[in-house]
Design a protein around this ligand. Structure first.
Ligand code: SF4
Length: 264
């Protein structure tokens, strides 16, 4: 009996079709911003920070403080308030109390009185007293250089912890406020939908040598140049590297047909 003919191997095309599709990256910046992986994109990020650093080599935060404790209190008070408004209130407050022990001695009523020009002042006064109590009881009256410990303090979230770790202790953290969030989207650094998504994206792409001050460069650029409603693109040192559809030139608004919905 002649041998049974062997089954024909499947056509090459069929094999290729069965190949599993590459796994879709789950979350995070590079997954949503694949262009940032390219060398040219990395060079662009480096050039953007190089220019911001050249324009302002030693950027400073605008919240007045005299030590890590007063910085922590100022940041807690700055939620939904302007830095200028907070400074106006804290000058007298910090002259009266610049340590947690002195703040406790001052008492909640007087703290509330000092900060009554700031939004949500009743709740903020409670938090200032409660966080001072915790600092005295658990940290010897010192501000801990530790994210987890900071985030257990009343009124302190990730953003506040990032600001304190960066400014008071020189850590390479990055707080995402409304300015940083907007700028990260306009510059195509992130497509993140939450501040945490954006923070994690930025931490992945900002070169290490710029991390110490990246937070300030982005905030100051967003606050004074890349403003939400009418960015000052004609005065922007990175305008040739920016492809945002929100760009204004020669005082003219962007084409409404290409403009994205403004980031919050
Ligand atoms: S060019 Fe305009 S939109 Fe782009 S970063 Fe500068 S100010 Fe912002």
């Amino acid at each position: 009996m002649p041998p049974k003919p062997k089954a024909k191997p499947p056509a090459k095309k069929a094999i290729a079709a069965k190949k599993p599709a590459p796994a879709r990256p789950k979350a995070g910046g590079s997954a949503k911003s694949p262009r940032l992986k390219e060398p040219a994109a990395a060079a662009r990020v480096g050039e953007i920070f190089h220019r911001l650093a050249t324009a302002n080599p030693e950027p400073k935060g605008e919240l007045e403080h005299v030590n890590p404790y007063t910085l922590l209190v100022a940041v807690v008070l700055s939620a939904q308030a302007t830095d200028a408004g907070v400074n106006k209130a804290t000058r007298a407050l910090f002259a009266a109390a610049d340590t947690p022990q002195k703040m406790l001695a001052l008492g909640e009523d007087k703290v509330r009185d000092h900060i009554k020009t700031i939004g949500l002042f009743r709740n903020k006064a409670k938090n200032v007293i409660a966080l001072s109590e915790k600092l005295v009881a658990e940290h010897g009256g010192e501000v801990p250089r530790d994210r987890e410990a900071l985030e257990t303090l009343p009124g302190v979230g990730r953003k506040t912890a990032n600001v304190v770790l960066n400014i008071a202790f020189g850590e390479h953290t990055l707080a995402v406020d409304t300015h940083v969030f907007r700028l990260a989207h306009r510059l195509d650094f992130s497509k993140g939908k939450t501040p945490l998504d954006v923070e994690l994206d930025l931490l992945k792409i900002i070169p290490a040598e710029y991390m110490r001050h990246a937070h300030h460069w982005l905030i100051l650029h967003g606050r004074y140049i890349c403003q939400a409603r009418k960015p000052l693109c004609d005065a922007c040192v990175i305008s040739d590297l920016c492809h945002a559809p929100e760009k204004w030139f020669d005082g003219l608004p962007p084409d409404p047909r290409t403009q994205r919905k403004a980031a919050p």
